[in-house]
Design a protein around this ligand. Structure first.
Ligand SMILES: Cc1cc2nc3c(=O)[nH]c(=O)nc-3n(C[C@H](O)[C@H](O)[C@H](O)COP(=O)(O)O)c2cc1C
Length: 194
């Protein structure tokens, strides 16, 4: 007897979208902003490139189009309320950094706001213009020009999720404000075979 049941197609994305939720930061013309995004992924090792879905209705999209750049910050579990809040409010009429007490600094390469307090890592990306993908799928591609991570959880290229760094564990959106944190690492090995 199978335990599998059909999944409503409007829930299909939830089956694959629990990579780390990120904060997309942006700045242009004296304005700055931050929003949550659950839909991001790497698309190339060298040069390092990523893709992130940024809805065309967001203020973030406006700033990204104006500056040709964006930041991605990886919030830890301690920032779950901030993440949910900046993902549920628009920065069009308010500076969310000031309103919600989010400390940021200018990134070294592109001057994008990057958040270290409560985050495990950040990346600064140059927008790779792909007008069709942006218009049709709200998908923005970026080349990563600088990145940094908190060495208590990411060091020499490896994540280390431990009990003593729980506040920095990445958060993974299941929908409607529900998150799980990363942890319980398991090591895979190659199956024997021809
Ligand atoms: C957990 C979470 C994940 C989200 N993921 C995305 C996403 O991947 N892409 C997107 O366009 N909006 C996403 N949103 C919605 C935006 O964050 C939301 O529209 C935000 O208010 C836009 O802010 P802005 O208008 O200040 O740019 C998400 C919201 C939450 C709470």
């Amino acid at each position: 007897m199978t335990h599998f049941r059909p999944v409503a197609l409007h829930h299909a994305s939830r089956l694959v979208n629990h990579g780390p939720t990120v904060l997309v930061t942006s700045a242009a013309g004296g304005r700055r902003n931050v929003m949550a995004a659950a839909w991001s992924m790497p698309v190339e090792f060298t040069p390092p490139r990523i893709a992130v879905v940024i809805d065309k209705k967001t203020f973030t999209r406006e700033l990204v189009a104006a500056s040709g750049a964006f930041g991605l910050c990886i919030p830890g579990a301690a920032l779950r309320d901030v993440t949910f809040t900046v993902g549920s409010t628009s920065g069009r009429d308010v500076d969310k950094f000031a309103r919600f007490g989010i400390a940021s600094q200018a990134g070294p390469e592109l001057g994008m706001p990057v958040i270290e307090e409560g985050c495990s890592a950040w990346l600064e990306c140059r927008l790779i213009p792909e007008p069709h993908a942006e218009e049709a799928y709200d998908t923005c591609f970026g080349e990563v020009l600088s990145a940094a991570a908190d060495s208590r959880i990411f060091d020499t290229g490896r994540w280390s999720f431990r009990d003593d760094n729980r506040d920095l564990h990445t958060i993974h959106h299941l929908g409607a404000g529900n998150f799980v944190t990363a942890g319980n690492g398991i090591q895979a090995r190659m199956l024997p075979g021809d």
